[in-house]
Structure formats: structure tokens, C-alpha cells
Ligand binder design. Structure first.
Ligand code: MTE
Ligand code: MO
Length: 419
């Protein structure tokens, strides 16, 4: 479908525009140019592998699902979902003070006194406050991302201000429908400061009701879920029903019980998507992959090939290895973003995209990129290919983020054979 020549031509256009944009934006934290010389790095032999890459945005039915509950809330019948408030017509959100560590609020939003927020109320707020941003959803406990999309919602702070908090407000915790069984509650939390202000130029924490331009499905947590741009998936609570304002000063996420670092932001790492398992001697080898762009940004994706078993033993992170830069692919052209978005285009008004639907900075944080490279031909033997990232500050993976329970950031390795 998208042949190499067209791809190169499109890239050429995009890159020239990008050098200008990135130049203008280079004073921003993440504006530094991460674009490599695409034309130098890519050869026609990569055509097939690059053409086969997944679309940038994930089609809605390709998102992977991490859902607790018995039964899982999105498996309930339509009738039952209507009954328990999991449809846009019946959804209600309560915002109250924590009974144990109460925040003083003037106007709790409760079902009992008819003040709970309903979906039309949320849409009314959306008229003036809606935001959209790109984000890759990743589970802290799983290596690979679950899906990338444009998440749309109303900033959580807008709803919190409606309760008129007065004092003793240090944290927000929140949970969703849990089959009315306290044991099934899956709760997450954030400092009040993160919710009330968009720290470090982050997009706001949102009450999300659309993904890739379509109503949020029951599988993705609809009608409304929280989405926290810089966090792992467990902060983005699905089937949202309750927000609790508390004076508690520490995290109280359910995920703590799994020994997870619940304050940990999304990490940067690279992985391969296609490596031919077996090739002929001296034949060049096309390789493609993706990189997740976490809080520390992404400057480079690098690879290293060595004969199997010849790694240095005194260098666990392969700092001294002969790493070579791969080519980071440019953003898709308008109309080629995928993800079941109308016309395959980025919805108008998405944060960090310009009026023509191009990203202002590339790579984008909390998102992903694809990369590609063509390995030189090799003699017969077994080999190990490794890929890693170098972040915006020049730190190579996995440092300074090597702890598994703060999110996956390993150097990936894959084996292949030359025959
Ligand atoms: N209510 C509720 N929200 C939840 C979960 C859950 O089990 N219940 N799982 C969380 C976890 S651990 C992850 S990684 C993400 C996954 O989002 P997804 O299922 O849309 O891919 O949802 C989060 N939100
Ligand atoms: Mo997760």
C-alpha cells in the first residue's frame, strides 16, 4: 500500500518542515532535535519491513485489556450496564470527602442529594474545557505497550473545583465500578498538586470519554475513565464512579499491594518488531522496532549485534558495546495515522499537534516511535541483536531507571541465525 518511494517522498516533506519546527521549539524541554537523517539511514531493502509496520495509532479492537473484577465490568450485559451506571445515559460520578481524612469541601457531588455529575453535565463542561492528547497505555507489569491513541476528556480539576474544596486537601483517590464488592475495588491516587496544576507542561489528568475520536468503549473503561498522561496504566482507572478528596498525604493505590512503585512515571525503552529469524550469509538484514517515549524523552534508538555468547562478562548494561544508531521514523503523514480515527487524521485541537495535524515536536513524550535499520551481511553463525534507547539527557538505557517494579526499561535482546 505505501511503497518505498512514496514513503521517502512523504518523509522528505515532513522532515524539512520538522527541522524548522524543532529549531523554533528548541528552547522547550523536549524541543531538542531528535530527528535523524532519515534518507541516510534507510535503504530500499527496508521497504517491505517498514511497509508491514503496525499503524502508529492502535485500531480500537487491537488495544490490549487489563481488567480486574469478577465478572469483568465490560463483560456485563447491556441491561446490567444500564442498571449499574455503566452507560452514558445512566453514568453518575460522586465526588466526596474521605471519611477517615476529610478534606473540607462546600459542595460534595452525590447521588443521594441529586448533585452527582452525569454524562450530559460532563459534556457541558467539555464544551469549554475538553482536551485531547496522544498517549501510549502501558501496564507497569508488562513489557510491551497495550495501545496508542488520542484520549479526550475534561480535566479532573474542573470537576474537583465544583466541590469547592476549602482546606485539608492533599490527595485525590478514585475508583470505578467493582460489582459492589469492596474486595474488588481497584483504586488509584494522585497528589492534589498534580491534579490541580499541569506540572512541567504535562497535559492535564482527564476524565476521558473518547478514544481516537469515538466514544470510549466498555472494554476501554467507558463511559468514563481517568487518564493520567505521564503514568502507567494502573493510574488510569476505568468505569470511573467515585472521586474522593483526602487529607491523607501518602499514596493509597491498590497497586501498592503488588510491590509496585506507584509514583513512577512512564519509562523510555526500545524493542524490535521484526527481525528475520534466519538469513543467508552476507545478506543484509532489515530490522524494525518501536520505542516507548517516557518521561525522560528519546534522543536515539541504538542496536548492537554480537555472535551469541560473546558478550563481555564485566559489563552488565553493555555500556562498552559497539552501539550503532538506528533510524527513528518520522511521524506518519496526515491521513496515515490509523487507529480507526476519522480519515485516519489527528482530531483537530489535539495538544502538541499543529493545525495541519502534524506533531510540533518529534518524538512526542508519553507516546512511541518506530525505528528501522539494515544490518550488514554476516558470516554463518548464531547472533544476538540488542536494542536500547538514549534519552533526551543522553542517558543510555537502562540507567537511571533499572528497577523492574518502576516499569519495564530493559535492553531487549533477540536471537537470529545466519545460514
Ligand atoms: N477499574 C479498573 N481500572 C483499571 C484496571 C482495573 O482492573 N480496573 N486496570 C488498570 C491497569 S493495571 C492497567 S495497565 C490499565 C489498562 O488499560 P486498558 O485495559 O484500557 O488497556 O487499566 C487500569 N485501570
Ligand atoms: Mo497494569
Amino acid at each position: 500500500m505505501r511503497d518505498f518511494d512514496r514513503f521517502m517522498r512523504d518523509h522528505d516533506l515532513v522532515t524539512r518542515r520538522f527541522f524548522m519546527r524543532v529549531g523554533a521549539a528548541s528552547l522547550g524541554i523536549f524541543g531538542g532535535g531528535a530527528i535523524q537523517s532519515w534518507a541516510d539511514g534507510l535503504s530500499p531493502e527496508l521497504n517491505e519491513a517498514v511497509a508491514k509496520l503496525e499503524s502508529y495509532m492502535t485500531p480500537l479492537d487491537k488495544f490490549r485489556d487489563i481488567s480486574r473484577g469478577s465478572p469483568v465490568p465490560h463483560s456485563l450485559s447491556e441491561e446490567k450496564r444500564i442498571e449499574v451506571g455503566l452507560t452514558r445515559e445512566t453514568w453518575r460520578l460522586e465526588v466526596t470527602a474521605d471519611l477517615d481524612h476529610p478534606t473540607r469541601i462546600k459542595q460534595p457531588l452525590t447521588i443521594a442529594d441529586g448533585t452527582a455529575l452525569d454524562f450530559p453535565g460532563l459534556m457541558e463542561l467539555a464544551k469549554t474545557h475538553a482536551v485531547k492528547f496522544a498517549k501510549v497505555m502501558t501496564c507497569l507489569n508488562i513489557g510491551c505497550p497495550l495501545g496508542t491513541g488520542i484520549w479526550e476528556g475534561v480535566p479532573l480539576k474542573v470537576v474537583i473545583w465544583k466541590t469547592q474544596p476549602i482546606e485539608n486537601f492533599r490527595r485525590v483517590f478514585y475508583y470505578g465500578f467493582h460489582n459492589n464488592e469492596p474486595k474488588q475495588i481497584f483504586r488509584s491516587s494522585l497528589p492534589a498538586g498534580r491534579v490541580l496544576e499541569d506540572l512541567y507542561d504535562l497535559p492535564p489528568v482527564i476524565l476521558c470519554y473518547k478514544l481516537n475520536g469515538q466514544w470510549l468503549s466498555p472494554e476501554r473503561g467507558g463511559p468514563v475513565r481517568v487518564v493520567v498522561p505521564e503514568a502507567y496504566g494502573f493510574k488510569s482507572i476505568k468505569w470511573l464512579s467515585h472521586i474522593v478528596l483526602t487529607n491523607l498525604a501518602v499514596a493509597n493505590d491498590t497497586y501498592i499491594e503488588g510491590n509496585n512503585d506507584v509514583d513512577s512515571p512512564l519509562k523510555t525503552f526500545a524493542a524490535t518488531l521484526s527481525v528475520p529469524p534466519s538469513v543467508s550469509a552476507n545478506q543484509r538484514i532489515p530490522v524494525t522496532g518501536y520505542a516507548q517515549v517516557g518521561i525522560s524523552g528519546l534522543k536515539k534508538v541504538q542496536f548492537w549485534v554480537c555472535p551469541k555468547g560473546t558478550e563481555p562478562t564485566n559489563d552488565p548494561h553493555f555500556v562498552t558495546a559497539n552501539w550503532t544508531d538506528a533510524t527513528i521514523l518520522p511521524p506518519p503523514k496526515s491521513g496515515e495515522w490509523g487507529g480507526d480515527m476519522p480519515d485516519s487524521k489527528i482530531p483537530a485541537g489535539t495538544l502538541e499537534f499543529d493545525d495541519s495535524g502534524l506533531p510540533k515536536v518529534w518524538p512526542m513524550r508519553f507516546s512511541k516511535v518506530h525505528w528501522a535499520t539494515l544490518l550488514d551481511g554476516l558470516p554463518v553463525g548464531e547472533y544476538t541483536l540488542r536494542s536500547r534507547t538514549v534519552d533526551e539527557k543522553g542517558h543510555a538505557q537502562p540507567m537511571p531507571r533499572p528497577f523492574r517494579k518502576s516499569g519495564h526499561a530493559e535492553i531487549e535482546q533477540v536471537g537470529f541465525v545466519v545460514k
